[in-house]
Design a protein around this ligand. Structure first.
Ligand code: RUQ
Ligand code: CUA
Length: 639
């Protein structure tokens, strides 16, 4: 294990303790039952101190300097045991979300968001294909920032949201079913990069527009970058309606919401309004923009906006009238050039922006922002952390953890010390650990809430180089699990997990805060439930509607006969109520595979345009007679 207390020194030892770290936590003296008790309830019940050895993850509750050694926490999840946390990792340009269990780092599920995915029938039935089509009919997206909804600054288990940087969209995932249930094409944003919730109660989901374009981007101002601009968008989480947007100077990058419902922060580069890399980094400073949400809402209320592409757009540029006077809608805070991540501390006191091209982070005191004449007065610390600081996470014990992309390290530092030490001090740095290699984001358990758990941290590394068996020139990335619960011993690397391109960010949620359904509730969806006796075929004017059930090992009809050219709609219900008994309906040579979980109904519409016999079959191995679960689609030639 490598650590150094001098931020400017490169470490001299290399990580060699992966195996021993895993061994250390796999002792057989733990009582597996204790591990299954939700930690919060366990503490409330006043459990005996003698049970400390099984209190994985409770360090945040113990408060103060208390920390728990790696030997005393669960690092191995034995066969049949459950993990303590759900981790939602973005899939980058695969356009999906991956669900991992922590601390095992086992991949539990993949949730397709912006791309069709056949195993889940996503994009192959009418509802999901229409949702994808209506949001722009793209076959991919660039999903970076999964954020889980909160109530009272704690995860409420309702939804996760994620951006599409490629096409300017925001999606919502329903955590009852772990399925994408809404995608909005955000007007006036070409690339929606940052995504996050306004807390404490997820009043809005914010989409942070990165690419500056003419506004509206309809052919005007093509060669006049001074007139390009970008917006943040406030999206209603219930309706997914874009309520308003704010125009700004420069572009934007990442964002995070304050904990008290007033401020929203976005980093940005290119205050130069340039179009090339060298011009974009020609000045030494850029901005963190602090959006005063109630002031913006008042401006919208008072009609002080332009409607662009159907959305009220408030002018938040620096010399806008709305930024004059004592209640500016956007405060521009000078930070060293090209900052990248910004995140608000669990106590809501500071917004911390990472320097990226500058080896510091900027600590902004949120409380003083409203009163300060010059928003730069709210900068209260600028610790020198190391090369390429990108993103920061928290343990709830007063420490921040920042990825250093260029140094290939995670640095742990003391937030209050950074405020005491002032400009460019290395004093706040507590420790650094090597990661492999070049980390982008990192996330600690419940870091985005008011009460991080303080035990686990994942470093989402962009490169894996030599860490895994080679698989050709495209390497997997490497998500490394690091134990951060022991302040004496320091950070410990526990696991390497290869991952497919390319996680950017994650949210880690205690397992007891999410309550996924075991089977479908037919009332949650519009499709008509087709019960055991309800199978029927109706025909009218070249349209055929087939309603049929499915169960082990049959479909409601052994054969369905239609005529060439018919438009066929199949409404199919899996009438089983046993959990985990899935069926699907695949139709060869028709690009159809719909997934049917227990009690789920899906509908698919297609044109039967080639005469012939097609074996409709079930693609989930559902029973010993699964292969026999099939039915014939007979397409007769037209007269
Ligand atoms: S941003 S690490 Cu969306 Cu850092 Cu990718
Ligand atoms: Cu149903 Cu296989």
């Amino acid at each position: 294990m490598t650590r150094t207390h001098d931020s400017d020194d490169r470490p001299t030892e290399t990580n060699s303790s992966t195996d021993s770290a895993i061994d250390a936590g796999s002792g057989s003296d733990r009582d597996p039952l204790f591990d299954r008790v939700p930690r919060r309830d366990f503490m409330k019940a006043g459990a005996a101190a003698g049970a400390m050895s099984s209190l994985a993850g409770c360090t945040g509750l113990l408060g103060g300097d208390d920390s728990v050694s790696l030997e005393d926490v669960k690092t191995e999840v034995k066969p049949g045991e459950h993990d303590d946390y759900y981790a939602f990792l973005s899939g980058g340009h695969t356009g999906e979300i991956r669900v991992y269990g922590l601390p095992s780092m086992r991949q539990l599920m993949r949730i397709p968001v912006f791309q069709p995915e056949s195993a889940r029938g996503y994009g192959y039935d009418d509802r999901t294909s229409e949702m994808l089509e209506e949001s722009g009919d793209y076959t991919w997206g660039d999903a970076h920032h999964p954020r889980v909804s909160q109530t009272d600054n704690d995860y409420d288990g309702r939804w996760a949201f994620v951006n599409d940087k490629a096409n300017g969209r925001m999606a919502r995932i329903n955590l009852k079913y772990f399925e994408t249930d809404a995608i909005v094409d955000v007007p006036n944003q070409q690339g929606t990069h940052g995504a996050c919730c306004l807390l404490p109660d997820t009043k809005y989901v914010f989409g942070v527009g990165e690419f500056r374009v003419p506004m509206p981007n309809d052919g005007q101002d093509l060669t006049d970058p001074e007139n390009y601009t970008s917006t943040i968008a406030a999206i209603n989480p219930e309706t997914m309606n874009v309520e308003w947007e704010v125009l700004v100077d420069g572009n934007m990058d990442n964002g995070d919401g304050g904990k008290e419902g007033r401020w929203f922060f976005a980093t940005g580069y290119n205050s130069e309004h340039a179009t090339t890399e060298s011009e974009m980094s020609s000045t030494d400073t850029d901005w963190v923009k602090a959006f005063d949400v109630p002031a913006i809402e008042e401006a919208v209320e008072a009609g002080e906006y332009d409607e662009i592409n159907g959305v009220p757009v408030v002018d938040g540029t620096r010399d806008s009238a709305l930024n004059e006077g004592d209640r500016p809608v956007v405060r521009y805070i000078d930070v060293s050039k090209s900052p990248h991540g910004v995140s608000v501390t669990p106590d809501g006191q500071y917004a911390i922006a990472s320097g990226k091209l500058d080896p510091t982070a900027t600590v902004i005191d949120i409380e003083t922002l409203a009163e300060a004449d010059d928003p730069n007065e709210s900068i209260v610390g600028r610790p020198r952390l190391g090369m390429g600081p990108l993103h920061t996470a928290y343990d709830g014990r007063g420490h921040a953890y920042t990825t250093l992309f260029i140094d290939s390290q995670v640095v742990k530092w003391d937030i209050e010390k950074a405020v005491e030490a002032g400009e460019k001090s290395t004093d706040p740095v507590i420790e650094k650990i090597d990661v492999h290699y070049n980390p982008g984001h990192l996330i600690a358990a419940e870091s985005y809430t008011a009460d991080p758990q303080g035990d686990w941290l994942i470093s989402l590394n962009k490169l894996s180089k030599d860490r895994f068996l080679p698989v050709g020139p495209m390497h997997p990335e490497n998500d490394q699990l690091i134990y951060i619960g022991d302040d004496e011993e320091g950070m410990s690397l526990v696991k390497d997990t290869p991952s497919y391109a390319e996680p950017h960010d994650a949210s880690v949620v205690s397992a007891d805060k999410i309550d996924p359904a075991k089977i479908y509730d037919p009332d949650d969806y519009d499709e008509e439930f087709v019960g055991g006796d309800d199978s029927e075929i109706t025909r009218e004017d070249g349209r055929v509607h087939v309603k049929m059930y499915s169960m082990r090992n049959e479909f409601g009809f052994e054969e369905v006969t239609v005529t060439e050219g018919d438009e066929v709609t199949l409404t199919v219900t899996n009438i089983e109520d046993r959990s985990d008994i899935l069926h699907s309906l695949a139709i060869p040579e028709h690009n159809i595979n719909i997934k049917l979980a227990p009690q789920e109904t899906r509908e698919v519409t297609f044109t039967a345009d080639e005469p012939g016999v097609y074996w409709m079959y079930c693609a989930f191995f559902c029973s010993a007679l699964h292969l026999e679960m099939r039915s014939r689609l007979i397409v007769e030639p037209a007269e």
